[in-house]
Design a protein around this ligand. Structure first.
Ligand SMILES: Nc1ncnc2c1ncn2[C@@H]1O[C@H](COP(=O)(O)OP(=O)(O)OP(=O)(O)O)[C@@H](O)[C@H]1O
Length: 247
């Protein structure tokens, strides 16, 4: 469904992503993992065109998307979250979800008010995620976990067919984490394809169908969780550590 071919992103002399190749199968939960600085977020940024790739191409359902604008990519069915929540100041959760989901470019952002259709849709999604009770809370008063759920709600407003989640477990307490995992599973069961960057290896090992491992900008392994756990190059990249603890 999603194909990354020869992707490179250089920052001066730093090769953050260097000839990266991998695919994401339709209907899968695929994880992109790797040690700090491996290039995961930069790869995400290039795929969603938050950053312009230096070289290479990105294909969604056979269409080349790396030359499109971010909102055009969202219109094609690919949406992403960010490591740091993009919570808009002085807005309720409902307003955040609707404003963040306005994907038609800057004109869309200038719309004066939320339409009843937008409100109905957003409330339906908040209900699906079990967070209607915080719809009218100020977005900046939320816990990390609640912010992640708010971001997920905003993502779902565009009816995506594939979502990219950047560290959905980061800073989230264990109870809410299980809730988020449950929602990801439920969405995947309904046919949504998921690509996820995450440092929580225990979570990745039980949630993912496939794992792509990056180190120093390159893909060093790609396979099922059981294969990845045993892969010497992967263990080497992590120097044992987190991966062994997760097994
Ligand atoms: N805007 C930038 N300017 C210069 N260097 C950058 C920039 N963004 C990322 N880098 C560098 O590119 C490399 C890859 O960074 P990236 O954030 O993509 O890695 P990551 O795998 O997501 O790391 P982490 O798991 O710590 O979030 C790092 O060496 C980083 O310092």
């Amino acid at each position: 469904m999603l194909e990354i071919k020869g992707l490179c992103k250089y920052f001066g002399g730093i090769k953050a992503v260097d000839d990266c190749n991998f695919g994401v199968e339709r209907g899968s939960i695929t994880a992109l993992i790797g040690p700090n600085g491996a290039g995961k977020t930069t790869a995400f940024n290039c795929i969603s065109r938050t950053a312009m790739p230096t070289k290479g191409s990105v294909w969604l359902d056979g269409e080349r998307i790396d030359k499109l604008r971010p909102h055009q990519i969202t219109q094609r069915g690919l949406s992403r979250t960010f490591q740091i929540s993009r919570n808009l100041a002085d807005m309720t959760v409902l307003e955040n979800v609707i404003c963040q989901s306005r994907i038609g470019g800057w004109r869309d952002l200038m719309k004066p008010a939320m339409s009843s259709d937008e409100i109905d849709k957003a409330m339906g999604i908040l209900d699906f995620l079990g967070i209607t009770r915080i719809a009218y809370e100020d977005g900046s008063n939320l816990s990390y976990g609640q912010k992640k759920l708010m971001d997920l709600a905003a993502l779902l407003m565009s009816d995506p067919k594939i979502i990219l989640l950047d560290e959905p477990a980061g800073g989230v307490n264990p109870t809410l984490l299980e809730e988020i995992v449950g929602h990801i599973r439920k969405l995947n069961d309904q046919g949504l394809t998921v690509l996820i960057v995450e440092h929580n290896m225990e979570l990745i090992m039980r949630l993912s169908h496939r794992i792509v491992v990056m180190a120093q900008g390159r893909v060093i392994a790609n396979g099922a969780p059981a294969e990845i756990r045993e892969n010497p190059a992967v263990l080497d990249a992590y120097l044992g550590g987190v991966l062994e603890e997760a097994v």
